[in-house]
Design a protein around this ligand. Structure first.
Ligand SMILES: [Fe+2]
Ligand SMILES: [Fe+2]
Length: 297
């Protein structure tokens, strides 16, 4: 079925503004708590959209499949391959971030964060959706990670609201309509992997590679916020992730990835694909942001 959606000309019908906006709206509606009366309309929409979402994911997979196939399937070797993505993965050490830290104006930082905030799929919910029916070691590690996202039971320490607070402080208005498709597609790909169970191992890889690569980006973003005058408490979302995700990444690799790969080596390839899909989506964002902000590649 999926091949039906692959464009003849090589131009994607998924990596574009109209489709990604539609998918973002569908995801928002699909995940929002609702009522039984909404079911009929939602269900009709769901079948068509789920098929398109799957075709979108298969297109992203096709782009990373060759590289992922080279990932070793021995657990220790796989972790070494996975951790090397921090240096050699798509979009790593992008010039956008030192520029944000050192030079961007307040409005340029605000534009960047508006795009990022609108494209934020909610790490906590993605973890919660992904952990369903996972083997015990991975399930426990995702639970610990989730509990940190929940501020270990304290509202003030919850990560999601911490980001919302920053959006308010900077007076940002993130909306689907004003967000570039690259950022929407990142959130949509993360949501697809966390909700479609055929991509459950992909999601473990995609979430794990966020933990692996977030500290560098967060440290630069925190520096940008400090430079434009935000206080320590105002920028704590990024200060926190610059440090905490180093530990999250270590634990995720050791306790969520290694044991599941040891059980079934096919999972290594799926985890590798998920990680590469996430990083490629990020790379497309950075390219678009740089173009918008007038930066050289
Ligand atoms: Fe977090
Ligand atoms: Fe984290």
């Amino acid at each position: 079925m999926a091949t039906r959606f692959i464009a003849q000309s090589g131009e994607s019908q998924f990596l574009r503004q109209d489709f990604q906006q539609k998918l973002s709206h569908w995801n928002r509606q699909k995940l929002a708590p609702g009522f039984p009366d909404d079911w009929d309309m939602q269900f009709r929409d769901d079948q068509a959209m789920a098929r398109l979402e799957h075709a979108f994911m298969e297109e992203l997979r096709a782009q990373v499949r060759d590289r992922a196939a080279q990932a070793p399937t021995d657990p220790d070797d796989f972790i070494a391959w996975f951790e090397a993505l921090k240096e050699n993965g798509p979009g790593q050490n992008d010039a956008l971030f030192p520029w944000l830290a050192e030079q961007a104006s307040r409005d340029e930082v605000r534009w960047f964060l508006t795009q990022e905030a609108a494209g934020e799929a909610g790490f906590d919910d993605l973890v919660a959706l992904t952990q369903v029916k996972l083997p015990t070691s991975a399930k426990l590690e995702l639970a610990r990670n989730y509990w940190d996202e929940m501020g270990r039971g304290n509202e003030r320490g919850m990560h999601g609201p911490m980001l919302s607070q920053l959006v308010e402080i900077l007076d940002l208005s993130p909306t689907i309509e004003t967000t570039v498709w690259e950022s929407l597609s990142l959130a949509n790909a993360m949501t697809a992997m966390a909700t479609q169970r055929v991509y459950a191992w992909h999601s473990v890889g995609a979430l794990g590679v966020i933990e692996l690569t977030a500290p560098w980006r967060s440290a630069h973003t925190a520096a940008a916020l400090k430079r434009i005058g935000l206080s320590q408490s105002e920028r704590r979302y990024f200060d926190l992730h610059a440090v905490l995700d180093v530990k999250h990444s270590r634990d995720w690799n050791e306790l969520a990835i290694k044991p599941v790969v040891a059980e079934d080596p096919r999972r290594a390839t799926a985890i590798a694909e998920g990680a590469l899909i996430r990083l490629s989506c990020g790379e497309r964002c950075f390219n678009r942001y740089r173009a918008h902000l007038g930066l050289e590649a």
